[in-house]
Structure formats: C-alpha cells, structure tokens
Design a protein around this ligand. Structure first.
Ligand code: NAD
Length: 430
C-alpha cells in the first residue's frame, strides 16, 4: 500500500519505519525541515533501540520517504495516519491543535479517489469525528474519505518491539471498508484484533493509561503506609502479586508516574470527566496524589540536612524511566529543578538522557559515570530505574562521597547490603 504518516516522533516514525519494512511505501511528513534533512540521512532525533537501523534500511530500499511536503505524500496514499503530539494545557485539558492542523492539511491535499484517515494521536473521545469535519471543510476537490481511530500502545524504550509485537490491535471504525483495510494492514502483526466504535477506541486508550497510572498511585499509597508502620512494600507486592487476579507485574513504588503520556493523559481524562458532569472523579484525585510525590520526596531528603543550601548532591538518572532519553515530565528532572532552587549544587549522570537534560537544566555539573557523581557529595539520589545503577560498586561510591546518605527512590539496591556498608540509606516504603 501507499501510506502517509503525519508526525515523525516516537509513534509516527516508529510506525512509518515498521510499515515500510513490511513492504509498504511510506511517506513520513514532519514540519521541521532541518530534522527532515537529518532523517533523510538516517539520523533519528531521539533514542529508541533498533529504530535508527530500521530507518536506514528502509531509506536505502526507497520505501521510507521523509518529507515536509503534504502534497508529496497525501494525494498518493490510500491510508493517512495522524500521529502528531497532544500535549497538556495548564488546565489539564488536552491541546489538540496539532491534530486539527494536520487534519486541515489532509483535507487540502486529499486526492479524488478513496482515502482512509486513521488517527493514532491520543485524543479526548469525540475528537476523531471533529477531525472528520475539519477534513470535509478543507477539501479542495470531490473526494471520498473515511475516518477511524487506532490507539497506539507502544512504550518508549521498546517502541520498535512493541510496534512489531503488540498485545492487541484496536480498530475504531464504523464502516466495513475501513475495517477491512485496517484488518488487512494489521494481519502481519499476528496480534488479536478488536474492532469497536470510534468513541470506544478513543476511551480504550485513556482507560489503559489511567489504569496503569492508577497502579502506581495505589502502590505509592501503600508504600507511604509501610513507612508509617514498619512494613516493606516490596514484600507486600510479592504477597499480592501471587494472586492471579492481581499479578506481580507493573508495581513501581517510587516518585510517581512521569513521562510524555501518563501525566497528560490522566490530567486529560480528569478534565474530560469533569466536563461531562463527573466533577468528583478518581482521575482528578490520582493527578493530585501523583503530583504530591515530588514534594513528599523533597521533604524526606531535606529532613536529612539542617540546610540544603550549598550542599553537593549527586543524582543518578534524569530520564523519565530507564531505556529512554526522554526527559519530558520526568520526576527526576522535577526533583533536580526543585533542589537547584534551594541552592543545592547538583552533579548528575544518566546513561542516555544527559543531552536532553542539558537543554533544560542550568547550573548542573554533568558527569561521565556514577563515581564522578559521588565525588565529594553529601548525598546520592537514585532517581531513575536504570538497571546499571543496581550494579554500582558501593565501596567505590562510599570512598568518593563526603557523607554517606543514599536516597534510592526506585528501590534498586539491596537494603541490608547497603546498610552493612555503613550508608545512611533511605528507600521507598521499606
Ligand atoms: P512526539 O512529540 O514525539 O512527536 C509528534 C511529532 O508530530 C513532532 O515531531 C511534531 O513536530 C510533529 N507534528 C506536529 N504537528 C504536525 C503537523 N501538522 N504535521 C506533521 N507533523 C507534525 O509525540 P509522540 O510521543 O510520537 O506521540 C504522538 C501521539 O501518540 C500523542 O498523542 C501521544 O499521546 C500518543 N502516544 C505516545 C506514546 C509514547 O510513548 N510516546 C505512546 C502511545 C501514544
């Protein structure tokens, strides 16, 4: 098939690379001409395992075509995917401007024949129908188009693998032709396919993200209780996880959820539910509790010092989670920003995210490894769950540090072992 993907971010570029690898001809349209030139040379502007190699392979085959020109792509495509950003406004409302702008461009460039437009950007229920109206309004020639919504479930850090092997494919469509095309397109992925109404598909995406975020909020509440009563949240997780109805996966006590999706999607759902007359809703409370984790963590760190001003503090991890260089809505970055405001001297290391962090943080000393971070530090904070931090040589760390306080926000280290080495060790819920 001939396919256009609008947006060359985590979702759009990964989708375009995978579909072109399956043998389709794919134009990937972005607005930024500098990044587009770089992409033509095989450079991807963010880190995602395996993506750059896949992009290079399919650029070489001529099936993947980066462009900034809608006219070069849309009129030649049977399917057009919308995979642009949907950030949050300060009210929590989802900003769907990029989706509407790209819809208008699609309308202006539609060909005379049939085109299926598939929205993949996470949007409040009802938005995809508005996209259809915008396309209709901007049409320049008589053309036949249909609309659908297919939510994306990939995770940053494993975007290519998640796209190749999804747990399920959700196809929100109300017409047999669109359903047939999308089922055919997704057949090679070998995943169960659920066909449903467009509005249900839009809500499925929100529901999945809100539920995963809820598990994080929930276990953090239990962790807080553990700290009050001397229980260990890791033991509690093991105990509940053996119940098949609950499961042992996806329990992450720590700094709360972050990243480019959960915070904005929970806030977006809270705003949406409120607008629909559910003022007293769970999602608003989740959002509040999650935001409060940062202040709570800062308080726990501050309690270790008479004053933090002028202290040297080492930070391990800046990315919103392990496996990615994305620092958008990273709780680690929030902690660092707050400490800088208190006059703390931060020295930090992250295996992948330092370039992105440098653009946002001023006055931080960026280090080449965890041992440089520990040099003369009065505290060491582990803020991202990178597996390599589990393996740090604690004796070497102790030698380098001025004082012996470690705050492990991700419960990566073995508590007894760290204490045995003479550290003053604080973790979460244990
Ligand atoms: P992103 O910010 O990485 O990429 C979006 C891209 O769209 C940007 O490069 C932007 O320049 C481009 N863009 C904006 N307007 C455009 C236009 N008119 N034409 C062409 N390109 C345009 O975002 P992302 O992480 O890829 O997310 C895209 C959508 O998918 C969001 O709605 C997000 O919530 C959802 N989503 C993201 C993930 C994830 O893990 N990142 C997972 C599932 C769903």
């Amino acid at each position: 098939m001939n396919i256009t993907v609008l947006g060359a971010g985590y979702v759009g570029l990964t989708l375009a690379a995978v579909l072109s690898d399956f043998g389709h001809r794919v134009w990937v349209v972005r607005k930024d001409s500098q990044k587009n030139e770089a992409l033509k040379n095989g450079q991807v502007h963010f880190f995602e395992p395996g993506l750059e190699a896949l992009v290079k392979k399919n650029l070489a085959s001529g099936r993947l075509c980066p462009t900034t020109d809608y006219q070069e792509a849309v009129p030649h495509s049977e399917i057009v995917f919308i995979a642009v950003g949907t950030p949050s406004l300060s009210s929590g409302e989802m900003d769907i401007t990029q989706v509407f702008e790209s819809a208008a461009e699609v309308g202006r460039n539609l060909r005379r024949g049939y085109t299926l437009i598939v929205n993949k950007s996470t949007v409040p229920p009802g938005t995809t129908w508005k996209v259809s109206q915008i396309i209709q309004k901007n049409k320049k020639r008589p053309s036949n188009f249909e609309i659908s919504f297919c939510p994306e479930f990939l995770r940053e850090g494993s975007a290519v693998q998640d796209t190749l092997h999804p747990d399920r494919v959700v196809i929100g469509t109300e017409t047999p032709r669109a359903a047939r095309i999308l089922k055919q397109l997704h057949q090679p992925f070998g995943a169960p396919i659920l066909q449903c109404r467009i509005t249900s598909a839009e809500l499925i995406k929100y529901t999945a993200n809100a539920y995963l975020a809820l598990r994080i909020v929930f276990i953090n509440q239990i962790a807080d209780l553990c700290e009050k009563i001397g229980a260990d949240v890791e033991e509690v997780v093991k105990g509940i996880g053996l119940d098949k109805r609950i499961g042992s996966h996806y329990w992450y006590p720590g700094l709360g959820y972050g990243g480019s999706c959960f915070p904005k999607d929970v806030a977006g759902l809270a705003f949406f539910a409120d607008k629909k007359g559910m003022e007293d809703n769970l999602f608003t409370k989740m959002h509040q509790l999650n935001k409060a984790r940062i202040d709570k963590t800062l308080k726990r760190i501050s309690e270790q010092f008479v004053s933090l001003k002028g202290k040297v503090v080492g930070v391990l991890g800046l990315a919103c989670k392990q496996g990615t260089d994305d620092v958008r809505k990273s709780p680690a970055m929030d902690i660092v920003r707050a400490l800088l405001k208190k006059g703390v001297r931060i020295q930090a290391y992250d295996p992948l995210a330092m370039e992105n962090a440098k653009r946002e943080l001023e006055g931080v000393k960026f280090c080449a490894n965890p041992y440089q971070v520990a040099e003369k530090a009065e505290a060491l904070l582990i803020l991202t769950d990178w597996p390599e931090f589990k393996k740090i040589d604690l004796r070497k760390i102790k030698k380098a540090m001025k004082k012996n306080f470690i705050f492990d926000s991700r419960n990566l280290l073995a508590k007894e072992q760290v204490a045995a080495l003479g550290f003053n060790y604080l973790s979460v819920g244990r």
